[in-house]
Design a protein around this ligand. Structure first.
Ligand SMILES: NC(=O)C1=CN([C@@H]2O[C@H](COP(=O)(O)OP(=O)(O)OC[C@H]3O[C@@H](n4cnc5c(N)ncnc54)[C@H](OP(=O)(O)O)[C@@H]3O)[C@@H](O)[C@H]2O)C=CC1
Ligand SMILES: O=C1OC[C@@H](O)[C@H](O)[C@H]1O
Length: 381
């Protein structure tokens, strides 16, 4: 009962967060694409960050940008063929948030960096490893901040899982597994960008960054891919990927992503809505986190020692440092991004290598399962 009440309170406040007073010279963000994710990932978190203001949005159609601007209180709107570039060139915009389809991440992030803007780019950061390397090379050469928006790393829940593993009471890690699946009909729209190959789509592109980056973080190392099998949903587009990996020196892991989970029960009649589990088995026990993807909505961390009783933990707020029970993972991410732009040490960060390695692993899984890499952008900087 208590946990239901706190769930409702958390979700209510997180979805309609308070507007805080801004500093006199806040960092100003512009959004590329009136995307569905943009309100949750940036607009709402910005409301309760005193050093962030969202000042512009660009969409392919001016009308769409205006509608977004009106709904979300974003003053400058750009549209039409040159709308994205106009936003980038707007001197009021200091940071570009790239919420475009995966295949456009490279081109528009490169253009924003070239114009001297920091970039927060949605996951997966690019269509493949080659593009990712170029993006980070440019960011580094221009001394600009580029972050792949993988919010999980910034939330206290996954940090708590790592802390428990690193403390060592469960012993050495012996294996990891992740099972991530959603029911197609509920989560995706008709003609979803996620399943358009020319837009960098694919089930693994959409879901893969979560388990791959989580495991890299928990193991503090970079795996090799041993095998990957797929079930196709359309040409070049994976519904399911089932992969085996090894983290050095010999820690096995399995990753499954399924963008159209089958039902269960007689004739598989009953839908399985969602599955988002990550489990680490250790010599003296195991730890399992449910809903590691959007931990702020709800999550559970179950610790299962071989000797003694299991227990469940929640970590919506860090033991020390900034944060509230209702803060979203995106808000924690924004805190770190702003710290970095301001030259402060963030509480957590994702390195260029993390994004590059994650894309390399995705590329390898596609190749091993007989699918082509997602197409490299035709844009040449
Ligand atoms: N971190 C997270 O939790 C999440 C991240 N994402 C990531 O965010 C990105 C956007 O996802 P989502 O918001 O769901 O997608 P949407 O389809 O809602 O948004 C995509 C945006 O890209 C613009 N766009 C530009 N060119 C095209 C094109 N050729 N076809 C379709 N759209 C185009 C769209 O139009 P317009 O310019 O007119 O606005 C739209 O605003 C993806 O990279 C996805 O992986 C998505 C969900 C969660
Ligand atoms: O990033 C994401 O997180 C949640 C998923 O359901 C969604 O498809 C994806 O884009």
């Amino acid at each position: 009962m208590f946990s239901l009440i706190s769930f409702v309170k958390r979700v209510q406040k997180g979805s309609n967060p308070p507007q805080v007073e801004k500093k006199s010279d806040p960092i100003q963000f512009g959004i590329l694409g009136a995307a569905r994710i943009a309100p949750d990932a940036l607009v709402k978190p910005a409301r309760y960050h005193d050093d962030v203001r969202v000042v512009a949005v660009a969409a392919r159609s001016k009308q769409r940008a205006d509608e977004f601007g009106k709904t979300w209180n974003v003053p400058s709107t750009y549209g039409g063929d040159n709308g994205y570039q106009e936003l980038i060139d707007d001197p009021e915009v200091h940071v570009v948030y790239n919420a475009l389809p995966n295949a456009l991440h490279f081109e528009w992030t490169m253009k924003a960096l070239a114009a001297g803007k920091h970039v927060l780019c949605e996951k997966p950061i690019a269509s493949n490893e080659e593009e990712t390397r170029k993006m980070f090379e440019l960011a580094e050469s221009k001394k600009l901040i580029l972050l792949e928006a993988w919010q999980v790393r910034f939330h206290p829940a996954i940090q708590r899982v790592k802390q428990i593993i690193d403390e060592g009471s469960l012993g050495k890690m012996v294996s990891m597994s992740s099972d991530l699946g959603v029911w197609n009909d509920v989560f995706f729209v008709k003609n979803d960008i996620r399943f358009d190959y020319s837009l960098g789509g694919g089930g693994l592109m959409d879901m893969g960054p979560y388990p791959i980056s989580c495991m890299r973080y928990l193991a503090s190392s970079n795996p090799t891919v041993d095998s990957a099998k797929t079930i196709i949903r359309s040409e070049n587009i994976d519904r399911l990927i089932d992969a085996k990996l090894t983290f050095p020196p010999s820690l096995p892991a399995t990753i499954k992503t399924d963008s159209a989970m089958e039902g269960w029960g007689p004739f598989k009649l009953f839908p399985q809505w969602i599955k988002m589990v990550l489990r680490v088995d250790c010599e003296d026990g195991a730890i399992e986190i449910r809903n590691f993807v959007l931990p702020h909505v709800w999550h559970s961390i179950t610790v299962i020692p071989k000797k003694g009783k299991s227990w469940v933990e929640k970590a919506y707020k860090p033991k020390e440092g900034l944060g509230e029970e209702w803060w979203s993972a995106y808000r924690y991410q924004l805190e770190a991004f702003v710290d970095k732009v301001r030259g402060r040490e963030p509480q957590a960060w994702r390195s260029a290598e993390d994004s590059i390695d994650t894309m390399r692993i995705i590329d390898t899984m596609y190749t091993m399962s007989g699918l082509p890499l997602r197409p490299t952008s035709a844009y040449t900087p």
